[in-house]
Design a protein. Structure first.
Length: 355
């Protein structure tokens, strides 16, 4: 039972059952215009950006790092693509969309390389290095869009979030493919072991011949790339780029998904499957807030309380307290009976030296 509570899937199961109790048709799925629709499909579709960001965050945290800039990179990727499409001679052409997408992903990789350079080469603390881009990146996104909401009408760009493959939303297919590739790369090769070695003891891993600097640089680039793809999904979903709100606080959702999934914030141990469950838990929690009809001004408080409860239940110490495994005191003597005296230690005679 103890190990069951510590598994990352039980919060998702509890939230799904709660939604089912509130809405009996919660698990109903229908096909309309060649695409699947339903509450569960919406959770997968809307949770794909957070799942991708959490995947990149998992590898960064596994190397004893943190990336607070992913929300800003989401805004930059969406702003770059929409601004490029809007400024092109033919905003509806597929070429304009492909050029904008390529520039956005290239810029995301460059920003990730910048984070990796600050952390692995200059030795700046990851929380400080990425905090710089978290604040400056949001300003860069607003500079690209001139502080305005840029709206586009490009069919190819709209298909990123509105398209489907075998009736499954394209966002879900992309996220599943990336998860499968990363899981295969980290568990079927030595890459996962190297990441854990760097996270557990960077100095020892370097002495063992692991190129820790290159590995740390790579995970920051991959994290930024995942955030860039997530930014394309978010902006494509509304056919617009809002530099002020796109990706706002999503870096916290990504970190929470990683924590709920069981990855250690101290580095080393990580779980790709656990991160996926954590991301789906965060998105299901957002759906639960809407189902319960909680006002928007208190929804964040409710979300924080649930997340704290989940983390506490996954803590071994909390389980021991709830299970009553604390050290028990000796039972008190019944009324009228004297309490037996505690046994006194036997004193051994001190042997004196005859020399």
């Amino acid at each position: 039972m103890r190990e069951l509570w510590r598994k990352p899937f039980w919060p998702l199961v509890v939230l799904l059952l709660l939604n089912l109790a509130l809405a009996p048709g919660f698990f109903a799925v229908r096909v309309q215009d060649g695409r699947l629709y339903g509450s569960v499909i919406d959770i997968l579709h809307n949770g794909a950006p957070v799942a991708l960001m959490a995947l990149g965050m998992t590898l960064v945290i596994a190397t004893r790092g943190i990336d607070l800039s992913v929300g800003a990179i989401v805004a930059i990727a969406g702003a770059t693509t929409c601004a490029w499409i809007a400024a092109s001679p033919d905003p509806t052409s597929p070429g304009a969309a492909l050029e904008g997408i390529g520039i956005a992903l290239g810029l995301s990789v460059a920003l990730g390389a910048w984070n990796g350079f600050l952390v692995s080469v200059l030795g700046i603390q990851p929380i400080i290095a990425t905090l710089v881009l978290m604040t400056a990146g949001r300003g860069l996104a607003q500079l690209i869009t001139d502080g305005q909401i840029v709206t586009v009408n490009n069919p190819l760009f709209s298909d990123i979030a509105g398209g489907e493959l075998l009736a499954v939303p394209l966002t879900v297919v992309v996220a599943a493919a990336v998860y499968a590739l990363v899981a295969l790369a980290t568990r079927a090769t030595a890459l996962g072991t190297l990441v854990e070695a760097v996270g557990i003891n960077p100095a020892a891993s370097r002495l063992a011949g692991v190129r820790a600097r290159v590995l740390i640089w790579t995970v920051y680039v991959f994290s930024a790339l995942c955030a860039g793809v997530a930014g394309l999904m978010i902006s494509s979903n509304i056919n617009a780029a809002d530099a002020n709100r796109a990706g706002l606080w999503l870096e916290l959702d990504a970190i929470l998904a990683v924590v709920i999934g069981g990855t250690s914030l101290a580095g080393g141990r990580f779980s790709i499957v656990g991160t996926l469950f954590g991301a789906l838990t965060i998105q299901t929690l957002n759906t639960t807030v809407l189902t319960l009809g909680i006002p928007p001004d208190v929804s964040l408080v409710f979300k924080a309380v649930v997340v704290i409860a989940v983390c506490l239940m996954q803590s071994p110490r909390t389980y021991e307290l709830l299970a009553g495994r604390r050290r028990k005191r000796p039972p008190a003597a019944p009324p009228g009976e004297a309490t037996p005296p505690e046994p006194r230690p036997v004193e051994r005679p001190v042997e004196r030296s005859t020399s």
